[in-house]
Design a protein around this ligand. Structure first.
Ligand SMILES: [Fe+2]
Ligand SMILES: [Fe+2]
Length: 265
């Protein structure tokens, strides 16, 4: 089920709690930034694309949207993208060269409707200036997040995501230990390369994010987090390189799970 809540007076969150059997829930978020040129950040999961359109219509007429910021091309971010582009001929997509390339393999983006923006570059969208950045953790080379000058919010894509036992509307309502452990677990699954990074260099990356001083952190996979939580979010991420790597269930575990399901039916 996709529900909505406000992260700021002019920012709606569309959120789905996606179950990971045996592990918990991961929120899948998209965001609507209202204003003279309304912007949608990501478009939900492919398996929930119809429901995503219904939820989107509850916060804005999709015909009023002018921009989609595609943080990256994974299946939990591109769900309603083809339909939105079909329905609204004014919509343009902010992405990267890698994003265009990956999309060309499944649902090619019309090149005259693409706006390429690289980390470090800015663009003006209505009354906002958006500054693109590469989050310190990501799972796809097309990834860009951004800082919004108007709200002060930082849109971090998959970075700062967490696996949770339940998904509240504010990260401030999470138990501190659950948040830290859920964040570390998510990062070891989503960005296992973090175990290979130089920790001093990674710490400098995290300092760069701290210097942005966002008012709110809006991750694709965490409830909205007030800026005052940034140090905690960064500290958890900083612990990932030396954390226990994710031990994924193997074939023996799968067969055991299937046997338990059969025995119970
Ligand atoms: Fe991803
Ligand atoms: Fe994602």
């Amino acid at each position: 089920m996709i529900t909505t809540y406000k992260a700021a007076p002019d920012i709606d969150v569309l959120t789905s709690s996606f179950p990971i059997p045996g592990f918990g829930f991961v929120p899948i978020n998209a965001f609507v930034l209202h204003g003279p040129e309304p912007l949608l950040v990501d478009t939900g999961a492919v398996v929930e694309r119809e429901e995503f359109m219904t939820a989107l219509r509850s916060v804005i007429d999709p015909a009023d949207l002018r921009w989609i910021w595609l943080t990256h091309t994974d299946f939990d971010h591109i769900g309603a993208l083809p339909q939105l582009l079909d329905e609204n001929r004014h919509l343009r997509i902010i992405t990267t060269f890698a994003g265009v390339g990956i999309m060309s393999l499944s649902a090619p983006l019309p090149m005259n409707r693409v706006h390429l923006l690289n980390p470090g570059q800015q663009m003006v969208v209505g009354d906002r200036t958006l500054t693109a950045f590469r989050p310190p953790a990501f799972d796809n080379p097309s990834t860009t997040g951004f800082h919004d000058s108007k709200s002060g919010a930082l849109f971090s894509s998959d970075c700062f995501g967490a696996l949770l036992s339940a998904v509240p509307e504010s990260a401030a309502d999470l138990n501190s230990d659950e948040l830290r452990e859920g964040q570390i677990f998510w990062a070891t699954v989503d960005a296992p390369w973090l175990h290979k990074v130089d920790t001093a260099a990674f710490a400098r990356e995290l300092d760069g994010i701290r210097a942005i001083e966002p008012t709110t952190i809006l991750s694709s996979h965490l409830p909205a987090a007030p800026g005052a939580m940034l140090d905690r979010l960064l500290a958890a991420l900083g612990a990932v390189p030396s954390a226990q790597p994710f031990a994924a269930p193997d074939q023996a575990a799968l067969e055991q799970m299937l046997a338990e399901l059969t025995a119970g039916s």
